[in-house]
Design a protein around this ligand. Structure first.
Ligand code: PA5
Length: 420
């Protein structure tokens, strides 16, 4: 993974950058000290090492669901869903059904969505992975009720007992109680890891393994990027990204746009938005995290990015090599005059588009950071996830907020309860 900050150079004063880097180093050091003193909420820092003894058990459960089920419903919302969704969307083929089919539920309260999923599952052997740290989240709990009832009625309680897996607090909570009472297999959401930092725990790993992807490689990517124990000197990219986001914010940039040039990464953008939005958006502060997928969105939001209000900067996640190569085909009539490009691959044209877009946006007053990975696979996704988590924790500290709580999320929940 490479972080290229040259696209921010003309917007940032060298002295300002040096000062912010020092602040980021202090924040990183603070994070490491807190971790060493056993401070709460920092379990994710060492999860790539700590999860290793549980990997076999996760893979066994995944194998059972993969072997016995045509579809598996993943119930969860927010941090209990987005990480797995991001990795699976990045790795799965664009077209055709996967085996088993992975369905996500419990991430909205849209009645039609649930009814249509229930109808779709009728007559199919399906499994359920229910993920909720608190065990009481309404969206997840309602979906779990619906699909658990359906499974018990259609396939019987014995099948349900073997094909429902719960990921939750191992000591308390409604989901914990349901699992214990019914003998469902359980995995832990570690108490010292918040939802949005939990993708490398069983929360993300089990759904990803059920989808058939290599969770050992995902963990290896994060583990190899496990820089903090090598000291802050080894954390150059983390320091630079955290420092630059904070400089941008202080200098009037209010929106950070996560940009991909490959639709496989769209859900990584969704996960990234939750990570940064829920971690930093508090006490009247924080960059607003938004995401776009180019070149698609150049034909919708491109005009705004190029010439609208200058309150945004871009962070591009760039993929150097695709899975396949295809050249632009030649045609006999050449009416569209594209034969002159026919020795270029479509991937090369996309990379040229990326360069051209970055240049245009920088010229238009949009600072640009670029994170490049060689290709989309489990290893590089693991690295990226861990990198963003580290940056978020450091950046939140620099901003002066607690990047691990989300007190504001409770307000709407309390209203729903009252109104119901
Ligand atoms: O990051 C977070 O903590 C939240 O987004 C939670 O993951 C989300 O609210 C779901 O909570 P729970 O896992 O308790 O159902």
């Amino acid at each position: 993974m490479i972080l290229d900050i040259t696209g921010s150079a003309k917007f940032v004063d060298a002295e300002e950058l040096q000062e912010a880097r020092q602040e980021a180093v202090d924040a990183m050091q603070g994070l490491i000290n807190d971790y060493e003193q056993g401070e709460n909420w920092l379990g994710w820092l060492s999860i790539a090492a700590d999860i290793r003894p549980t990997i076999d058990k996760i893979e066994d459960a995944a194998r059972r669901l993969r072997n016995d089920c045509e579809a598996v419903v993943m119930c969860g919302i927010g941090g209990s869903y987005l990480g797995a969704k991001a990795v699976i969307e990045a790795l799965k083929p664009h077209f055709g059904k996967t085996e088993p089919e992975i369905l996500f539920a419990g991430n909205n309260l849209a009645q039609d969505y649930i009814v249509e999923m229930s109808n779709y599952l009728k007559g199919k052997k399906f499994g359920i992975v229910c993920i909720s740290k608190s065990g009481t989240t309404l969206e997840t709990a309602i979906a779990f009720r619906v699909f658990r009832n359906q499974m018990e009625q259609e396939s019987g309680e014995e099948f349900a007992a073997r094909h429902i897996v719960c990921i939750t607090d191992l000591e308390k909570g409604a989901l914990h109680d349901i699992a214990v009472m019914n003998g469902y297999e359980m995995f832990e959401v570690p108490g010292n890891i918040g939802g949005r930092y939990s993708v490398l725990s069983a929360v993300g790993l089990l759904p990803i393994a059920v989808a058939g992807y290599d969770i050992r490689q995902l963990i290896a990517g994060a583990f190899d990027f496990y820089r903090p124990h090598r000291g802050v000197e080894a954390c150059g990219e983390i320091i630079d990204y955290a420092a630059l986001r904070n400089i941008m914010y202080r200098n009037g940039k209010k929106i950070e746009l996560f940009v991909d040039f490959d639709p496989r990464l769209r859900y990584l953008g969704e996960w990234w938005k939750q990570l940064f939005g829920e971690s930093e958006g508090k006490e009247g502060k924080g960059l607003f995290p938004a995401s776009v997928s180019y070149t698609t969105d150049l034909h919708s939001l491109g005009q705004y990015v190029q010439e609208g209000e200058r309150h945004l900067f871009e962070t591009v996640v760039s993929v150097e090599h695709g899975k396949y190569e295809m050249e632009v085909p030649r045609t006999k009539d050449n009416l569209d005059k594209l034969n002159k490009y026919s020795w270029y691959t479509i991937g090369y044209i996309n990379s040229v588009a990326e360069k051209g877009v970055r240049m245009a946006h920088i010229d238009g007053g949009v600072p640009n950071l670029r994170i490049a990975i060689p290709q989309i696979n489990e290893y590089h996704l693991g690295q990226l996830i861990y990198f963003f988590e580290l940056v978020c924790a450091v950046s939140g500290r620099m901003l002066g907020v607690n990047p691990f709580d989300q007190p504001g999320v409770e307000a709407y929940k309390a209203n729903i309860k009252k109104l119901l």
